[in-house]
Design a protein around this ligand. Structure first.
Ligand code: TRP
Length: 452
């Protein structure tokens, strides 16, 4: 299925690709969302289900995305057009692009908060609050201050532009190779501090205590949704990154490595965060509250807390950058392939688009907090629409495409390139044909049904 488009860039090395793809997967979703969801949904019991979702659904879909990308050597829209000309399949790519720009718009807002907290950790403000109420107030007053949040949203988007306009090898790969090892080092430093605190055992118990009584359908769906979002599946990041892979790469091995790193970092984040939270006598709370209110208190209470705060917010910022650049790259690859824009023009214009779309999200915690669509603020609406609807829909169509629309022999040949001993094809194809669409369809429907 070789299509020659000679000028397309490729990754410089296998490690470079793995770090860039793992960089996309490892993001805010791993560091604050995963540990909390795990702790609340049965600990070790949830972990088993989550791992099963990644292995049975996540890795097969990632394999499909990488194959679609490498076979076509195109952006998500061009990929479907190349593999299935004169059909409506390219619309899956179009929806992917729209999903990507929306995710990037609000992701950059939260990432902007982390940059602000990094700056405020350096100046000592983050660790200066006397009690939890003061830390909470500082957070609310920050997110409702229009000027500052928009400014940091801009700063973060600018960092992404800086990386992406330098290209795949000279930008994304180069910075992933610096940032991902740094992320790992920071995480290990934080873990070392956390598990050596007296009383840290409670936090580990919260994470790993297997509570099978909590398991039910909701937990199953939660695990699957988390797997999907965390692996950056369903909108074409892996199609785009796959389009820069050479024919010697083993697609399944790559998918498995990336998924393994993603799961590993999610678990390690829990080990870094919860022992400290429990040792200092705080309650674990969800999402932004944990990251921006509880952790600053935890750091304030610890010796050398300011340094830990700097390390932690640097870690979060790095994780967010390597995820956001993958979202930007999807749009840039579309504009360069299909609209024939130069890379720098594509990068600036697409980032500007995502920046502008993000402004209402940034303001929805302050001056625009009364503006609601379907009862949700702009930020919450962007998040809900993408994570709960557009990504699962994208995932279902990608699976159906790879399993049913694309000729079986062609998919098999694509997966065999770089993996001549391809073993599990006959199992994979049924996972992609039946299991993935049915399972993901179930998440989607249950998300849309009224809760009660
Ligand atoms: N995987 C990232 C995280 O865990 C978020 C992300 C980046 C993403 N690119 C994506 C999610 C594409 C879905 C689709 O934070």
């Amino acid at each position: 299925m070789q299509v020659s488009t000679d000028s397309r860039e490729t990754w410089g090395s296998k490690l470079g690709f793995v770090l860039a793809a793992a960089g996309s997967a490892i993001g805010l979703g791993n560091i604050w969302r995963f540990p909390y969801v795990l702790g609340e949904n049965g600990g070790f019991a949830f972990l088993i289900i989550y791992v099963a979702c990644v292995l049975l659904i996540g890795i097969p879909i990632m394999g499909a995305e990488l194959a679609i990308g490498r076979a076509s050597r195109r952006n998500p829209v061009g990929a479907f057009r190349e593999l299935m000309p004169k059909s409506a399949w390219f619309l899956v790519g179009v929806v992917g692009l729209i999903t990507g720009v929306i995710i990037l718009s609000y992701y950059s807002v939260v990432a902007g908060w982390t940059v602000a907290y990094l700056v405020n950790s350096v100046t000592g403000v983050v660790t200066s609050h006397a009690n939890a109420d003061a830390a909470g107030e500082a957070f609310s007053s920050f997110v409702s201050s229009s000027g500052k949040t928009v400014l940091y949203h801009f700063v973060f988007m600018f960092l992404c532009v800086f990386v992406v306009y330098q290209g795949v090898k000279g930008g994304i790969e180069r910075y992933s190779k610096i940032l991902m090892p740094t992320l790992l080092a920071l995480l290990f430093l934080l873990i070392f501090r956390a598990v050596t605190l007296p009383g840290s055992g409670e936090g580990l118990k919260f994470l790993f205590n297997p509570d099978f009584s909590k398991l039910n359908v909701d937990v199953l769906l939660m695990a699957m949704g988390q797997a999907f979002y965390s692996l950056s599946l369903g909108m074409g990041v892996m199609i785009t990154y796959g389009s820069y892979l050479d024919r010697q790469s083993n697609l399944f091995e790559n998918a498995t490595t990336v998924a393994g790193l993603d799961m590993g970092i999610a678990i390690l984040s829990g080990i870094a965060i919860f022992p400290a939270v429990f040792a200092m006598g705080f309650e674990p709370t969800a999402g932004p509250g944990l990251t921006f209110q509880v952790l600053p208190m935890v750091f304030s209470a610890l010796p050398a807390g300011q340094i830990l705060a700097i390390l932690f917010f640097a870690l979060l910022t790095i994780a967010a950058i390597t995820s956001a650049i993958s979202l930007l790259e999807v749009m840039v690859s579309f504009a360069t392939d299909e609209l024939h824009w130069t890379r720098s023009r594509a990068t600036f214009i697409m980032a500007a688009l995502a920046f502008i779309l993000g402004v209402p999200s940034a303001l929805s915690f302050g001056v625009w907090s009364d503006f609601k669509i379907f009862g949700l603020g702009f930020f919450d609406l962007s998040d809900y629409l993408t994570a709960n609807i557009l990504l699962p829909v994208g995932g279902i169509f990608i699976a159906i495409f790879a399993g049913w629309a694309w000729k079986r022999a062609a998919v098999e040949a694509e997966l065999r390139d770089g993996n001549p001993q391809l073993k599990f094809f006959n199992i994979w194809i049924w996972f992609i044909r039946i299991l993935a669409p049915v399972a993901v369809g179930a998440i989607l429907i249950s998300n849309l049904l009224p809760k009660g």
